[in-house]
Design a protein around this ligand. Sequence first.
Ligand code: C2E
Ligand code: MG
Ligand code: MG
Ligand code: MG
Length: 276
Amino acid sequence: HAKQAGRNTFRFFSTSMNQCQREQLELQNDMHAALENGEFELYYQAQVDAHSKSANGFEALLRWNHPTRGLLTPYTFMDIAESTGLILRIGAWVLLEACHQARAWQNEYQREVRMAVNLSALQFNDTRLAGQIEHALLESGLSPHLLELEITESAIITNMAETNYVLFGLKRLGVKLAIDDFGTGYSSLNYLRNFPIDTLKIDKSFVDYIDRNDKDAAIARTIVQLAENLGLSTVAEGVETLSQQQVLEGMGCQELQGYLYSKPITATEVENRYFK
Ligand code: C2E
Ligand code: MG
Ligand code: MG
Ligand code: MG
């Protein structure tokens, strides 16, 4: 009887996994054509000055307008993009598109727009990265200091010597470097000492309960102070309430990002909302 149940359980699992695998495989196949079909789109989320609340810059966030599944966020397709290596081609497109957009806004509205672009670990470890960034800057005409690259701790921690070489190579182009989701990976004070970082992004998980959890508040405050002492700037991610905003302001966090100010929106929506 037990054996019977076991077999049934196994079959149930196997079926459900196949279903999942089929879906993943389908998405994977679709992704190959998505770039050529122009199905990827960048959405933009404001990074606002903590005092004035005006937008200092925008973070480009990838979306996939899938022909049958609708608008997809990275949560549903980033793993596939990474495991297939397609993120390398997608990432190159993101860099070019984001730089073009920032420069287009500058041309059209006479505003210097800082643009933050996320890099995956795979891109970071790709020797073509610096060349792609240089190309995106030259091709778009965007000033390097207006491009900020967001890298996670896990991407930079793999090999200190190699990372140092890559980061200084990027800095030589004149771009800004931010650590994304700071405090959630293998944070090391050693890399803050050695690497040419400009910005720490306080992860949303510390912001969520910052107004009611003393430990979260203490960690966030420590990150802001650490950044201040090292001459780095701070951006808090995932700010959703006035109460969170108030606590972050009190700590001296320089920039805020989250649904309280804006969700990620299309380029056209950015124009209507911020530039007109
Ligand atoms: P991330 O870089 O840490 O981006 C922040 C994520 O939090 C974004 O999710 C954003 O939409 C979301 N968010 C911002 N404010 C709030 C808020 O107030 N509340 C809540 N609940 N969420 C908020 P998104 O756009 O789904 O992106 C998820 C992740 O996918 C990003 O995390 C980033 O790691 C990755 N990603 C996005 N675009 C790209 C890209 O072009 N290239 C690469 N390599 N990764 C990307
Ligand atoms: Mg980011
Ligand atoms: Mg983040
Ligand atoms: Mg995150």
